[in-house]
Design a protein around this ligand. Structure first.
Ligand code: ADP
Ligand code: MG
Length: 325
């Protein structure tokens, strides 16, 4: 849905902010960009809606280069949420949220209905909040309004640049949960920037880890936790994995299995097979009776699990970080 093809950005001062970025974000995916300050996350985000023009390569949305879209068309179809949303202080919440739908000339009745629906979905009762001014709301509530405003025109894509990082931890956690719930209902393509690994592991369908303007690793939270590409990723993970419940108990049969040579005789031996995504808890039940398990994805046998080896591996994982669970 959004694809980066060899994207490079060199700012006017000659600084190379990002280089050679190539990746694809799927429709309906919650895609998290993470990395240290200055690694190019905001630059990536702003090139999607052309607040910043790329210096080389191209970005495609739905198979069309972003340069082909009219700017209005592009911006209206892409919601944008910043760390500090700037609500218009003299306008009511409802008016603030209806700004883009109005520009787009969406019929008032339709946009009102949508706005009320969205406000309730983020936990702001429209009857209570519709006519309030921004100053009457807490920081967390204002940020919720920011999310609603970005979604008011029903865009396909939502860009979020560290939207929760100015909030206290409790409020932040609430907004993360709300956003996940909201996403279950609306299924937008979300590109979410953070520098907080716990947040990334909690929210992302996939996580893209950046360093010095380049991609270090892209994978599911499970991939990143259990197969970090290098020491940088490992260090960046820190203890976030344990704290987000990605310790040993989140391992699956596929994570633990040894690859199996295609010609292995075991298949014919009628060994018990388990699905690739079988959770560790269930594997333990099998190991109570089986010494070895075959791991299958679809019709294909992809690996072998050995009881002793698996238990040794688990013991290691628990020692290293699982204790935090
Ligand atoms: P992040 O969002 O990951 O903190 P940015 O995308 O904001 O990183 O910045 C990436 C790099 O580009 C940084 O080194 C930053 O200093 C530089 N940069 C960002 N914006 C500009 C600009 N307008 N002009 C020059 N350099 C910039
Ligand atoms: Mg930034």
């Amino acid at each position: 849905m959004i694809s980066f093809e060899e994207i490079t950005k060199i700012y006017d001062d000659g600084r190379m902010a990002v280089s050679g970025l190539s990746f694809e974000i799927q429709k309906g995916e919650f895609f998290v960009l993470i990395g240290p300050s200055g690694c190019g996350k905001t630059t990536v985000l702003k090139m999607i809606n052309r607040l910043i023009e790329a210096s080389g390569g191209r970005i495609m949305i739905e198979g069309r280069p972003v340069d082909d879209y009219k700017l209005n068309e592009l911006r209206w179809n892409i919601g944008y949420v910043l760390q500090q949303i700037a609500l218009f202080p003299h306008m009511s919440i409802a008016e603030n949220v209806a700004v883009v739908p109005e520009l787009m000339k969406i019929p008032r009745a339709e946009s009102d209905k949508r706005v009320e629906h969205l406000l309730s979905m983020v936990g702001l009762d429209p009857d209570v909040y519709r006519d309030k001014r921004p100053a009457e709301l807490s920081g967390g509530q204002q940020q919720r309004v920011g999310v609603v405003r970005a979604l008011a025109a029903d865009p396909d894509i939502l860009l979020m640049d560290e939207p929760f990082s100015a909030l206290d931890p409790v409020t932040r956690e609430k907004l993360q949960n709300d956003l996940l719930e909201l996403q279950r209902n609306i299924r937008k393509t979300i590109v979410f920037v953070t520098h907080d690994m716990r947040e990334a592991l909690k929210l992302g369908d996939r996580i893209c880890i950046m360093k010095d303007g380049e991609v270090v690793q892209i994978g599911t939270p499970n991939d990143i936790v259990h197969r970090p590409a290098d020491d940088f990723v490992r260090e960046f993970l820190g203890d976030a994995a344990g704290r987000e419940g990605f310790g040993a108990s989140a391992l699956t049969a596929e994570d633990l299995a040894d690859p199996l040579a295609p010609d292995s005789r075991l298949v014919a031996d009628g060994a018990v097979t388990v699905r690739a995504d079988t959770a560790l808890g269930e594997l333990l039940w099998h190991f109570a009776v089986e010494e070895r398990l075959l791991v299958r994805r679809g019709d294909e046998v992809i690996g072998l699990l050995d009881r002793d080896k698996t238990l040794r591996r688990m013991a290691r994982e628990f020692q290293e970080g699982g204790a935090a669970e």
